[in-house]
Design a protein around this ligand. Structure first.
Ligand SMILES: Cc1ncc(COP(=O)(O)O)c(C=O)c1O
Length: 430
Protein backbone atom coordinates (compact mmCIF):
# COMPACT_ATOMS: atom_id res chain seq x y z
CA UNK A 1 0.00 0.00 0.00
CA UNK A 2 1.70 3.08 -1.22
CA UNK A 3 4.89 1.01 -1.23
CA UNK A 4 6.11 0.35 -4.75
CA UNK A 5 8.28 -2.49 -3.55
CA UNK A 6 6.26 -5.73 -3.84
CA UNK A 7 8.36 -7.39 -1.13
CA UNK A 8 7.81 -6.51 2.52
CA UNK A 9 10.89 -4.89 3.97
CA UNK A 10 11.14 -7.11 6.99
CA UNK A 11 14.77 -7.20 7.97
CA UNK A 12 16.43 -8.59 11.05
CA UNK A 13 18.84 -5.68 11.35
CA UNK A 14 16.29 -3.04 12.30
CA UNK A 15 17.73 -0.27 14.36
CA UNK A 16 21.27 -1.05 13.25
CA UNK A 17 22.88 1.62 11.16
CA UNK A 18 26.04 1.40 9.08
CA UNK A 19 28.75 2.23 11.57
CA UNK A 20 30.70 5.45 11.93
CA UNK A 21 33.74 3.26 11.22
CA UNK A 22 32.39 2.68 7.76
CA UNK A 23 31.71 6.38 7.26
CA UNK A 24 35.28 7.19 8.31
CA UNK A 25 36.67 4.53 5.99
CA UNK A 26 34.63 5.86 3.08
CA UNK A 27 35.68 9.41 3.76
CA UNK A 28 39.32 8.31 4.03
CA UNK A 29 39.09 6.52 0.68
CA UNK A 30 37.48 9.59 -0.91
CA UNK A 31 40.23 11.86 0.42
CA UNK A 32 42.93 9.47 -0.77
CA UNK A 33 41.39 9.29 -4.23
CA UNK A 34 41.75 13.09 -4.38
CA UNK A 35 45.42 12.73 -3.52
CA UNK A 36 45.01 14.03 0.02
CA UNK A 37 47.13 12.40 2.72
CA UNK A 38 45.25 10.15 5.14
CA UNK A 39 46.77 8.68 8.28
CA UNK A 40 45.05 5.38 8.97
CA UNK A 41 44.75 5.23 12.73
CA UNK A 42 41.20 3.92 12.55
CA UNK A 43 41.27 0.29 11.51
CA UNK A 44 42.53 -2.15 14.17
CA UNK A 45 44.66 -4.30 11.93
CA UNK A 46 48.05 -5.72 12.89
CA UNK A 47 50.88 -3.88 11.11
CA UNK A 48 53.16 -6.92 11.28
CA UNK A 49 53.62 -9.56 8.57
CA UNK A 50 52.65 -13.16 9.29
CA UNK A 51 55.78 -14.98 10.60
CA UNK A 52 57.72 -16.53 7.71
CA UNK A 53 57.43 -20.12 8.83
CA UNK A 54 53.65 -19.76 9.09
CA UNK A 55 53.48 -18.32 5.56
CA UNK A 56 55.62 -21.22 4.34
CA UNK A 57 53.23 -23.67 6.03
CA UNK A 58 50.35 -22.06 4.16
CA UNK A 59 52.23 -22.38 0.86
CA UNK A 60 52.98 -26.02 1.59
CA UNK A 61 49.30 -26.72 2.21
CA UNK A 62 47.81 -24.74 -0.65
CA UNK A 63 46.76 -28.03 -2.28
CA UNK A 64 44.57 -29.08 0.68
CA UNK A 65 41.14 -28.91 -0.85
CA UNK A 66 38.85 -31.13 1.16
CA UNK A 67 36.27 -29.96 3.64
CA UNK A 68 37.57 -30.43 7.14
CA UNK A 69 35.57 -31.57 10.18
CA UNK A 70 33.19 -28.88 11.40
CA UNK A 71 35.08 -28.30 14.70
CA UNK A 72 38.39 -28.11 12.90
CA UNK A 73 41.46 -30.12 12.02
CA UNK A 74 42.32 -32.50 14.86
CA UNK A 75 46.00 -31.52 14.76
CA UNK A 76 45.09 -27.84 15.09
CA UNK A 77 42.69 -28.44 17.98
CA UNK A 78 45.51 -30.28 19.73
CA UNK A 79 47.93 -27.43 18.97
CA UNK A 80 45.47 -24.93 20.47
CA UNK A 81 45.08 -27.05 23.61
CA UNK A 82 48.89 -27.22 23.94
CA UNK A 83 49.06 -23.47 23.38
CA UNK A 84 46.62 -22.94 26.28
CA UNK A 85 48.81 -25.20 28.42
CA UNK A 86 52.08 -23.56 27.36
CA UNK A 87 50.99 -19.94 27.60
CA UNK A 88 48.50 -20.12 30.49
CA UNK A 89 49.09 -23.44 32.24
CA UNK A 90 45.45 -24.26 31.51
CA UNK A 91 44.39 -27.81 30.66
CA UNK A 92 41.91 -27.76 27.81
CA UNK A 93 40.55 -30.78 26.06
CA UNK A 94 41.20 -30.78 22.28
CA UNK A 95 37.80 -32.47 21.94
CA UNK A 96 36.23 -29.17 22.98
CA UNK A 97 38.33 -26.78 20.94
CA UNK A 98 36.39 -25.27 18.07
CA UNK A 99 37.99 -23.60 15.05
CA UNK A 100 36.00 -20.98 13.16
CA UNK A 101 36.45 -18.43 10.37
CA UNK A 102 37.47 -15.70 12.83
CA UNK A 103 36.65 -15.42 16.51
CA UNK A 104 34.03 -12.84 15.52
CA UNK A 105 31.96 -15.57 13.86
CA UNK A 106 32.34 -17.83 16.90
CA UNK A 107 31.20 -15.06 19.25
CA UNK A 108 28.21 -14.50 16.99
CA UNK A 109 27.24 -18.17 16.92
CA UNK A 110 27.55 -18.36 20.68
CA UNK A 111 25.10 -15.48 21.04
CA UNK A 112 22.79 -17.17 18.57
CA UNK A 113 22.65 -20.52 20.36
CA UNK A 114 22.63 -19.29 23.96
CA UNK A 115 19.55 -17.42 25.15
CA UNK A 116 21.02 -14.97 27.59
CA UNK A 117 21.63 -11.28 28.15
CA UNK A 118 24.96 -9.98 26.99
CA UNK A 119 26.91 -8.13 29.69
CA UNK A 120 29.80 -5.98 28.45
CA UNK A 121 31.69 -3.00 29.81
CA UNK A 122 31.46 0.26 27.97
CA UNK A 123 33.74 0.87 26.10
CA UNK A 124 33.86 -2.50 24.34
CA UNK A 125 34.81 -3.73 20.89
CA UNK A 126 32.39 -2.52 18.21
CA UNK A 127 30.81 -5.83 17.17
CA UNK A 128 29.66 -7.50 20.40
CA UNK A 129 26.56 -5.40 20.80
CA UNK A 130 25.36 -5.35 17.14
CA UNK A 131 25.73 -9.15 17.09
CA UNK A 132 23.51 -9.43 20.18
CA UNK A 133 20.93 -7.16 18.60
CA UNK A 134 20.89 -9.12 15.35
CA UNK A 135 19.92 -12.26 17.28
CA UNK A 136 17.53 -10.37 19.54
CA UNK A 137 19.47 -10.48 22.82
CA UNK A 138 19.37 -7.78 25.42
CA UNK A 139 22.67 -5.93 25.90
CA UNK A 140 23.60 -4.77 29.36
CA UNK A 141 26.30 -2.11 29.16
CA UNK A 142 28.33 -1.72 32.34
CA UNK A 143 29.53 1.86 32.77
CA UNK A 144 33.22 2.31 33.50
CA UNK A 145 35.48 5.30 33.96
CA UNK A 146 39.04 6.24 33.08
CA UNK A 147 40.06 6.36 36.78
CA UNK A 148 39.38 2.66 36.77
CA UNK A 149 41.10 2.09 33.43
CA UNK A 150 37.65 1.65 31.85
CA UNK A 151 37.22 -1.74 33.53
CA UNK A 152 34.17 -3.52 34.92
CA UNK A 153 34.35 -4.10 38.67
CA UNK A 154 33.30 -7.29 40.49
CA UNK A 155 30.78 -5.21 42.50
CA UNK A 156 29.13 -3.97 39.33
CA UNK A 157 28.83 -7.51 38.02
CA UNK A 158 27.45 -8.66 41.36
CA UNK A 159 24.79 -5.92 41.32
CA UNK A 160 23.67 -6.80 37.80
CA UNK A 161 23.45 -10.51 38.53
CA UNK A 162 21.73 -10.04 41.89
CA UNK A 163 18.74 -8.35 40.29
CA UNK A 164 17.73 -11.70 38.77
CA UNK A 165 20.13 -14.40 39.92
CA UNK A 166 18.74 -17.18 37.72
CA UNK A 167 18.79 -15.21 34.50
CA UNK A 168 21.12 -16.70 31.85
CA UNK A 169 23.90 -14.31 30.93
CA UNK A 170 26.99 -14.13 28.77
CA UNK A 171 29.68 -11.88 30.22
CA UNK A 172 32.29 -10.88 27.68
CA UNK A 173 35.63 -9.69 28.95
CA UNK A 174 38.33 -8.58 26.55
CA UNK A 175 41.80 -7.76 27.78
CA UNK A 176 44.20 -6.32 26.84
CA UNK A 177 41.22 -4.36 25.64
CA UNK A 178 40.13 -3.06 22.34
CA UNK A 179 39.66 -0.02 22.48
CA UNK A 180 41.73 0.91 25.57
CA UNK A 181 44.78 -1.37 25.70
CA UNK A 182 44.23 -1.94 29.43
CA UNK A 183 44.15 -5.27 31.18
CA UNK A 184 42.77 -6.62 34.48
CA UNK A 185 45.02 -7.21 37.49
CA UNK A 186 45.00 -10.65 39.12
CA UNK A 187 42.96 -9.77 42.20
CA UNK A 188 40.21 -8.30 40.06
CA UNK A 189 40.17 -11.31 37.75
CA UNK A 190 39.81 -13.59 40.76
CA UNK A 191 36.93 -11.55 42.17
CA UNK A 192 35.17 -11.32 38.82
CA UNK A 193 35.55 -15.09 38.51
CA UNK A 194 33.97 -15.58 41.95
CA UNK A 195 30.92 -13.54 40.95
CA UNK A 196 30.68 -15.33 37.60
CA UNK A 197 30.74 -18.69 39.39
CA UNK A 198 28.16 -17.60 41.98
CA UNK A 199 25.66 -16.70 39.24
CA UNK A 200 26.74 -19.45 36.79
CA UNK A 201 27.27 -17.01 33.93
CA UNK A 202 28.91 -18.04 30.68
CA UNK A 203 32.13 -16.08 30.69
CA UNK A 204 33.84 -15.44 27.37
CA UNK A 205 37.43 -14.39 27.83
CA UNK A 206 38.34 -12.66 24.58
CA UNK A 207 42.12 -13.04 24.60
CA UNK A 208 42.78 -12.10 21.01
CA UNK A 209 45.40 -9.57 22.23
CA UNK A 210 46.71 -11.79 25.05
CA UNK A 211 50.11 -12.38 23.47
CA UNK A 212 50.45 -8.64 22.87
CA UNK A 213 50.58 -7.83 26.59
CA UNK A 214 53.69 -5.63 26.63
CA UNK A 215 55.26 -7.51 29.54
CA UNK A 216 54.08 -10.89 28.29
CA UNK A 217 52.13 -11.26 31.52
CA UNK A 218 48.67 -11.93 30.24
CA UNK A 219 46.63 -14.12 32.62
CA UNK A 220 43.46 -15.86 31.52
CA UNK A 221 40.47 -15.62 33.83
CA UNK A 222 39.82 -19.26 32.86
CA UNK A 223 42.37 -20.11 35.57
CA UNK A 224 39.88 -18.94 38.21
CA UNK A 225 36.56 -20.02 36.71
CA UNK A 226 37.54 -22.89 34.46
CA UNK A 227 34.14 -24.62 34.42
CA UNK A 228 32.30 -21.59 32.99
CA UNK A 229 34.89 -19.85 30.82
CA UNK A 230 35.34 -20.08 27.08
CA UNK A 231 38.73 -18.80 25.92
CA UNK A 232 38.42 -16.93 22.64
CA UNK A 233 41.53 -16.38 20.54
CA UNK A 234 42.79 -16.51 16.98
CA UNK A 235 45.49 -15.58 14.50
CA UNK A 236 44.33 -12.07 13.68
CA UNK A 237 46.27 -9.93 16.11
CA UNK A 238 49.38 -11.62 17.50
CA UNK A 239 50.10 -13.43 14.23
CA UNK A 240 49.24 -10.56 11.90
CA UNK A 241 46.77 -12.71 9.98
CA UNK A 242 43.40 -10.95 10.26
CA UNK A 243 42.56 -11.61 6.64
CA UNK A 244 43.23 -15.32 6.97
CA UNK A 245 40.10 -15.56 9.10
CA UNK A 246 40.83 -18.09 11.79
CA UNK A 247 39.55 -17.97 15.35
CA UNK A 248 39.42 -20.45 18.19
CA UNK A 249 37.10 -21.19 21.10
CA UNK A 250 38.37 -23.45 23.91
CA UNK A 251 35.50 -24.79 26.02
CA UNK A 252 35.74 -26.52 29.36
CA UNK A 253 34.37 -30.10 29.40
CA UNK A 254 31.41 -28.86 31.47
CA UNK A 255 30.22 -26.72 28.54
CA UNK A 256 30.25 -29.65 26.10
CA UNK A 257 26.52 -29.04 25.41
CA UNK A 258 27.26 -25.48 24.30
CA UNK A 259 30.14 -26.65 22.13
CA UNK A 260 27.83 -29.17 20.46
CA UNK A 261 25.11 -26.59 19.88
CA UNK A 262 27.63 -24.31 18.22
CA UNK A 263 28.93 -27.06 15.95
CA UNK A 264 25.36 -27.67 14.74
CA UNK A 265 25.05 -24.05 13.62
CA UNK A 266 28.56 -24.12 12.15
CA UNK A 267 27.71 -27.25 10.16
CA UNK A 268 24.64 -25.54 8.72
CA UNK A 269 26.39 -22.29 7.90
CA UNK A 270 30.11 -22.16 7.14
CA UNK A 271 30.73 -25.96 7.24
CA UNK A 272 34.39 -25.66 8.20
CA UNK A 273 37.21 -23.15 8.19
CA UNK A 274 39.50 -23.00 5.14
CA UNK A 275 41.72 -26.08 5.05
CA UNK A 276 45.09 -24.53 4.06
CA UNK A 277 44.65 -21.85 6.74
CA UNK A 278 43.97 -24.46 9.38
CA UNK A 279 47.09 -26.41 8.41
CA UNK A 280 49.18 -23.24 8.60
CA UNK A 281 47.64 -22.37 11.96
CA UNK A 282 49.08 -25.59 13.40
CA UNK A 283 52.53 -24.07 12.89
CA UNK A 284 51.46 -20.76 14.44
CA UNK A 285 49.91 -22.25 17.56
CA UNK A 286 52.76 -24.74 18.02
CA UNK A 287 55.13 -21.79 18.33
CA UNK A 288 58.91 -22.00 18.37
CA UNK A 289 61.96 -19.80 18.86
CA UNK A 290 61.33 -17.76 15.71
CA UNK A 291 57.73 -17.05 16.69
CA UNK A 292 58.78 -16.15 20.24
CA UNK A 293 61.34 -13.75 18.78
CA UNK A 294 58.70 -12.23 16.49
CA UNK A 295 56.41 -11.71 19.49
CA UNK A 296 59.13 -10.20 21.67
CA UNK A 297 59.95 -7.69 18.94
CA UNK A 298 56.28 -6.96 18.19
CA UNK A 299 55.65 -6.18 21.87
CA UNK A 300 58.71 -3.94 22.10
CA UNK A 301 57.60 -1.94 19.08
CA UNK A 302 53.99 -1.61 20.18
CA UNK A 303 55.07 -0.56 23.65
CA UNK A 304 57.43 2.08 22.24
CA UNK A 305 54.64 3.47 20.08
CA UNK A 306 52.19 3.55 22.99
CA UNK A 307 54.77 5.35 25.13
CA UNK A 308 55.51 7.84 22.38
CA UNK A 309 51.82 8.56 21.80
CA UNK A 310 50.88 8.87 25.49
CA UNK A 311 53.77 11.33 25.92
CA UNK A 312 52.49 13.41 23.01
CA UNK A 313 49.01 13.47 24.55
CA UNK A 314 50.41 14.48 27.92
CA UNK A 315 51.93 17.53 26.22
CA UNK A 316 48.39 18.38 25.14
CA UNK A 317 47.18 17.88 28.74
CA UNK A 318 45.16 14.85 27.62
CA UNK A 319 45.91 12.26 30.27
CA UNK A 320 46.01 8.72 28.89
CA UNK A 321 47.75 6.30 31.23
CA UNK A 322 50.13 3.98 29.43
CA UNK A 323 48.25 0.94 28.00
CA UNK A 324 49.24 -2.58 29.07
CA UNK A 325 49.11 -4.18 25.64
CA UNK A 326 47.63 -4.34 22.12
CA UNK A 327 47.84 -1.36 19.76
CA UNK A 328 45.24 1.08 20.96
CA UNK A 329 44.84 4.28 22.97
CA UNK A 330 41.54 5.68 24.18
CA UNK A 331 42.03 9.37 25.01
CA UNK A 332 39.30 11.66 26.29
CA UNK A 333 39.47 15.17 24.82
CA UNK A 334 37.02 16.57 27.35
CA UNK A 335 39.53 19.21 28.42
CA UNK A 336 38.98 20.85 25.01
CA UNK A 337 35.19 20.70 25.28
CA UNK A 338 34.60 24.43 25.35
CA UNK A 339 36.97 25.22 22.53
CA UNK A 340 35.45 22.41 20.47
CA UNK A 341 31.93 23.68 21.13
CA UNK A 342 33.11 26.99 19.68
CA UNK A 343 33.80 25.11 16.47
CA UNK A 344 30.37 23.43 16.56
CA UNK A 345 31.78 20.09 17.78
CA UNK A 346 29.71 18.47 20.53
CA UNK A 347 30.08 14.72 19.99
CA UNK A 348 32.84 12.19 19.43
CA UNK A 349 31.45 11.48 15.97
CA UNK A 350 31.66 15.16 15.02
CA UNK A 351 35.13 15.37 16.51
CA UNK A 352 36.49 12.44 14.49
CA UNK A 353 34.82 13.62 11.28
CA UNK A 354 36.33 17.08 11.64
CA UNK A 355 39.74 15.73 12.57
CA UNK A 356 39.77 13.61 9.45
CA UNK A 357 38.73 16.51 7.24
CA UNK A 358 41.11 19.03 8.76
CA UNK A 359 44.18 16.93 9.63
CA UNK A 360 43.83 13.79 7.51
CA UNK A 361 44.06 11.64 10.65
CA UNK A 362 41.44 8.87 10.79
CA UNK A 363 40.46 7.73 14.28
CA UNK A 364 37.24 6.23 15.64
CA UNK A 365 34.70 7.94 17.91
CA UNK A 366 34.17 6.60 21.44
CA UNK A 367 30.47 6.40 20.58
CA UNK A 368 31.22 3.37 18.39
CA UNK A 369 32.45 1.55 21.47
CA UNK A 370 29.31 2.18 23.48
CA UNK A 371 30.17 5.53 25.07
CA UNK A 372 27.77 8.42 25.43
CA UNK A 373 27.70 10.36 22.12
CA UNK A 374 28.55 13.62 23.92
CA UNK A 375 31.69 12.20 25.52
CA UNK A 376 34.75 13.30 23.57
CA UNK A 377 36.62 9.99 23.55
CA UNK A 378 38.21 8.33 20.56
CA UNK A 379 40.15 5.19 19.75
CA UNK A 380 43.52 5.54 18.15
CA UNK A 381 45.05 2.48 16.51
CA UNK A 382 48.83 2.86 16.33
CA UNK A 383 49.20 0.71 13.26
CA UNK A 384 49.99 2.94 10.28
CA UNK A 385 53.60 1.86 9.79
CA UNK A 386 55.63 -0.74 7.95
CA UNK A 387 55.65 -3.61 10.43
CA UNK A 388 58.16 -5.66 8.49
CA UNK A 389 60.77 -2.89 8.45
CA UNK A 390 60.15 -2.02 12.09
CA UNK A 391 60.57 -5.68 13.12
CA UNK A 392 63.83 -5.93 11.22
CA UNK A 393 65.22 -2.75 12.75
CA UNK A 394 64.15 -3.74 16.26
CA UNK A 395 65.91 -7.10 15.97
CA UNK A 396 69.03 -5.81 14.20
CA UNK A 397 70.12 -2.20 14.91
CA UNK A 398 68.10 -1.92 18.09
CA UNK A 399 68.57 -5.39 19.56
CA UNK A 400 70.34 -3.98 22.64
CA UNK A 401 68.93 -0.51 22.57
CA UNK A 402 65.78 1.01 23.92
CA UNK A 403 63.23 1.73 21.22
CA UNK A 404 63.16 5.45 21.84
CA UNK A 405 61.47 8.42 20.16
CA UNK A 406 64.07 8.35 17.38
CA UNK A 407 63.09 4.76 16.58
CA UNK A 408 59.42 5.75 16.37
CA UNK A 409 60.14 8.77 14.20
CA UNK A 410 62.29 6.72 11.85
CA UNK A 411 60.23 3.53 11.60
CA UNK A 412 56.73 4.85 12.22
CA UNK A 413 56.98 8.27 10.57
CA UNK A 414 53.29 8.34 9.64
CA UNK A 415 52.25 7.82 13.24
CA UNK A 416 54.65 10.49 14.37
CA UNK A 417 53.33 12.86 11.69
CA UNK A 418 49.70 12.03 12.55
CA UNK A 419 50.33 12.82 16.22
CA UNK A 420 52.03 16.09 15.26
CA UNK A 421 49.01 17.05 13.18
CA UNK A 422 46.63 16.24 16.03
CA UNK A 423 48.77 18.25 18.46
CA UNK A 424 48.86 21.23 16.17
CA UNK A 425 45.10 21.09 15.59
CA UNK A 426 44.28 20.98 19.31
CA UNK A 427 46.84 23.68 20.13
CA UNK A 428 45.26 25.98 17.59
CA UNK A 429 41.92 25.58 19.37
CA UNK A 430 43.24 27.14 22.54
C1 LIG B 1 38.40 -7.46 20.84
C2 LIG B 1 38.25 -8.21 19.58
N1 LIG B 1 37.67 -9.41 19.61
C3 LIG B 1 37.49 -10.13 18.49
C4 LIG B 1 37.90 -9.65 17.26
C5 LIG B 1 37.63 -10.48 16.03
O1 LIG B 1 38.76 -11.01 15.51
P1 LIG B 1 38.77 -12.15 14.41
O2 LIG B 1 37.35 -12.39 13.95
O3 LIG B 1 39.63 -11.64 13.34
O4 LIG B 1 39.31 -13.39 15.10
C6 LIG B 1 38.54 -8.40 17.17
C7 LIG B 1 38.96 -7.85 15.88
O5 LIG B 1 39.19 -6.68 15.69
C8 LIG B 1 38.72 -7.67 18.37
O6 LIG B 1 39.33 -6.47 18.37
Amino acid sequence: MGNKNPIHLNLNVRGLAPSATLAINEKSAEMQSKGLPVFRLGLGQSPFPVPERVVKALQDHAHEKDYLPVSGLRQLREAVASFNQRTQGIETNPDYVMIGPGSKELIFILQLVYYGDLVIPTPSWVSYSPQARIVGRHVYWVPTSPDNYWRMSPDQLEKICRTDPEKPRIVLLNYPSNPTGYTYPLDRLKKLAQVARKYKVILVSDEIYGLLHFKDQHVSIARYYPEGTIISSGLSKWCGAGGWRLGTFSFPDSLDWLYRAMTIVASETYTSTSAPIQHAAVTAFSGGKDIDHYLVQSRRILKALAQYATDRFKELKVEVPMPHGAFYLFPDFNIYREALAGKGIFTSVELCKTLLEETGVAILPGYEFGRDPAELTARIALVDFNGEEALRAASDNYSNKILDDCFVQKYAPRISEALNRLSEWFRELD
